[in-house]
Design a binder for this molecule. Sequence first.
Ligand code: CEZ
Length: 786
Amino acid sequence: MTSFIESGRRFRLNDPTLAPNAASYLWNRKMMIQMSARGYAVSQYMDPEPRKYAHVPTIAAQTFMQPEQDYFPHHPGRFFYIRDNETGDLFSAPYEPVRAKLDHFSFEPGISDIRWVIEKDGVRVELRLDLPVEDVAEIWSVRITNLTDEKKSLSFVPFFPVGYSSWMNRGGHFDADLNAIVCTSVTPYQKVEQYFKNKHLKDITFFAADRKPDHFEVAQVAFEGEGGLHNPSALQDGRHLGGGDASYENPAGIMQWDLSLDAGATEDFRFVFGPAFDKSEIAALTEKYIEGSLETVRQDYDDYIRSGLGSLEIHTPDDDFDHFVNYWLPRQVYYHGDTHRLTTDPQTRNYLQDGLGMIFIAPERTRAAILRTASQQFFSGKVPDGILLRPDTELKYINQIPHTDHAVWLVIATKAYLDETGDRAILGERIAWTDSDEEATLYEHVTRALRFLAGEVDERNLPYIAQGDWCDPMNMVGYKGKGVSGWLAEAASYAMTTWADICRTENDYDTAKWLEQEAGKLNESINRYLWDGKWYARGITDDGIAFGVQADTEGRIYLNAQSWAFLAGTADDAQKTSMLQAINDQLDTPYGATMFAPAYTAMRDDVGRVTQKWPGNGENGAVYNHAAAFYAASLYHIKEKERGFAVLSKMLTRPDAQDIRTRGQLPLYVPNYYRGAYYQYPRTAGRSSNLFNTGTASWYYRLVIEQLCGLRGDDDGVIIDPQPPGEWASFRFSRVFRGATFRVSVERDASLAKPAITVNAVPLAENRLDEVEPGKNYEIFIRLPG
Ligand code: CEZ
């Protein structure tokens, strides 16, 4: 059985083999850890750039988080061996590396901790991982219980591999003063300047315990011997750890305690694992987290997580949906918005879209993100590819590749922020430019971003794509300077009409009119050059070839080119019907709507590296949830609420064993993709990337609040327009909006022809309140026809 427990704030998985990569994650502003049910871990922290303190065993490089990350016995993990000293039997908690058949296994990730209960041969091991709010450190609590009526003699051996931290210098030793294993390294470099930059790095990884170990080992190779990690030589034949060090060998934190446990007796341990600069930092961390009260640390962390869960509480006929929306979804939104995905130079579009969800959690953070983006904008209006969060960082990796879509997100984020907060003062904030000290208001910054975008078009009035738009790896459609993006034409049109509304509320009718004309021109060009008879093309290459069209055998229809056409209002009713039909026929799958189909099976060098990804993986025709969320948004926009909800619903892994097995993840986050290429690769279709970094979370949360619940700001007022799926007879929700509390109940009433709304028992003529009084309670009762 797999299920949510504790009213949805915790999950229980009781089979380590059901979905081998099943995991949960914890984070604070300086670190994050993705912890698999079986004991593997991917963790990183900011120093100030992202780094690791536990490494794979063979390579010193730092890597991105990988989609569908596979684990292997020597992968970094947190493992606890238990040996019965009478029988010699060995198992490891939570499951790896021994993989012994357990009597009981329960992985129980909660919103602010991760814990396990494991039982084997009369021994219970309870594990719990906590993070502090401020520091980079993992705090592990372990309780071992003798469940039998007899005394037990056990050896308890935690094993925390540190791996290959450096090809220049790595090692480790036991430090008796600290009661810790201290693994040292020198971050590899070649350029002399780098030496000075690296001097501040935390090149130590330590493993500290709250009790003096009876024995220890530091060299992984000495521990493992010929037996291998599933049966380490050092634990065979009743042996004790040899007390060795690691001398240019992969180090690990390995300690041993010989326990004599009476019937029913328990023993408790606490460990701290993490990076440090020097001995005094280790001492400070152990003082806080080994000697200090764990209760306070846990309470503070729980407060931190709960402060990010927003105010929405929804109760629908679908409990699992409620659990996701009430806890896990805002938690994922908060992770993005509070940490900026643990990078120092987020992609502008990610930075702003992560802010879309934060408007419901900590709107001041979105405000700051919008203003920071504007402050790094060029005087020309151009919005940069990435945003620098620190003065000592630079644009790296994908942010060095020219993409042309960033203005769009500045508009969408600002509009969403205004809708939620009504804080029109933000538009008057004066900010300079990255290349000029002249100040202009945010209103002028955004308007100028759109003027720039309107100017970067070809003779057909279609926007250049350069080396990518929203789709990062679509890098060769326009690298020669001619290719255009159909999606961007639609997104630009949508952004322009959206901004025109704001211009009008600012009494700037000229700009509003100009923007509407530009949007109109774009829509005309879209219909003229990109309508393919049944749907819209995705773009036109440098050589003038439209792609994402009926004539293509691969990449024939792209979801984004349809969704954003709905948002931009380019399609008439006949076109809409044809597009929806094509999406149903070609893109929809049991695991969601794929981003395009069929997936490319060979490089198209006029489209780019997206076509080189494995078919059905990532942007090459996966169910790319960010694109699916755009699709859902566009469906609500054209009042297709049943389809809209169906798209949202398929995006979630469900808590039943069958879905967890197929998708290969737990229902605790929406991943960036599920494998697509449903018809080409049916065996792997639906498999989760297990990556929880994705703009999907923000869009999803916003759609639930503003469309499904339908309570959204509108100038000084609020619109009340719930759009539940037909299968819900009733539902209710509450949320705080501009300081007022709204409690809304929605029911169906077959006798009605149109919705009937009462607010504090007074009937409302329209579905809008013109004013919202902070501090006031609004009890709203809605009856919907049907
Ligand atoms: O990265 C995301 C980007 O962070 O891909 C999205 C894009 O809109 C986001 O800004 C769609 O392309 O191959 C690549 O370079 C891809 O760009 C990926 O790295 C992709 C990953 O899925 C991130 O998790």
